[in-house]
Design a protein around this ligand. Sequence first.
Ligand code: NDP
Length: 316
Amino acid sequence: MNVAFLGLGAIGAPMAGHLAAPPFALTVWNRTYERACRFVESHAAARVAESPADAVRGADVVITCLPSSREVEALVLSELFDAIPYGALFLDCTSGDPATSRRLAERFAARGVSFLDAPVSGGVIGAEKGKLTVMVGGDAAVLDRARPVLAAFGEKIVHCGAVGAGDALKAVNNALLAIHVWSTAEGLAVLERAGVRADIALDVINTSSGRSNASMNLFPERVLTRAFPRTFRLALLDKDIGIGADLARQEKVPAPIIQLTAELFRMAHAMLGEEADHVEAARLVEQWADVTIGGPRPAAGAPNVMSSNDELEQEL
Ligand code: NDP
């Protein structure tokens, strides 16, 4: 089966890695060519394409994993549409927006190409282990054809509904992630100010009803350690909760928490930049509260000479 994979970013590369062996014949393309070259250095069976059109020529399945539907649609309209073979499957693993996915599906249908929106969850580690959850929108019979490819990197493949349903579910899931990251940061900042250490707070919260993936994993591993590894860009989470907020408006569902958190992440994105990790949104809460969650503490009895705010201002 000839598979073309376009977009070897933080999650795209490990996903594509699972397709670089029989029964798949993998061709990769990435906007930054050097990144594709690095990919084939560790996946010798894959071929690097010189252009998107070169990548999809002869493909049975085309997979895209780009930042948003905007980049996918631009690539399709500028370079891919005429080059994709009649009868091919187009699987968009981007966390996209439902309206653009529907538009693409309609356009492809006129050319005999079947489209599924197939965003993923599970993060970079899930992608490396081939244990992603794939949420699929589109025709069930098309999903049956796509299943062997999706199963290469997906452990759980869920048919969510018509085209756009996968995108909608992904956007709401990530809206919840954003809400949990922000609210956990707020709660821990309040407790730090009230004299309760974040590690003690999490020890209690994580066996109590306030726990979440943010409190159980993200904050202990990334915030309290001050490691803030960059695995999922804040810019992408801003995009995702924005899609969730738009969806709520389109469906005329009052969703003040989603709308407010979307605003907060838009602000965090603007302040922290394109490369910040999503969990770094906590830095903004820390700055506003003038605390460091789980940060270094002065020795007992010593005046607190360390201004966390100064430190944060340098980092921001
Ligand atoms: P990255 O920012 O790491 O990578 C983005 C990829 O898209 C790169 O290959 C980049 O190419 C390419 N790209 C960017 N702009 C364009 C463009 N205009 N035209 C063509 N290619 C472009 O993103 P991720 O890999 O982290 O995310 C990809 C998708 O997966 C997003 O929709 C994200 O929301 C979703 N996702 C990410 C997760 C994660 O943990 N990282 C988890 C679940 C979903 P270049 O190398 O040239 O910059």
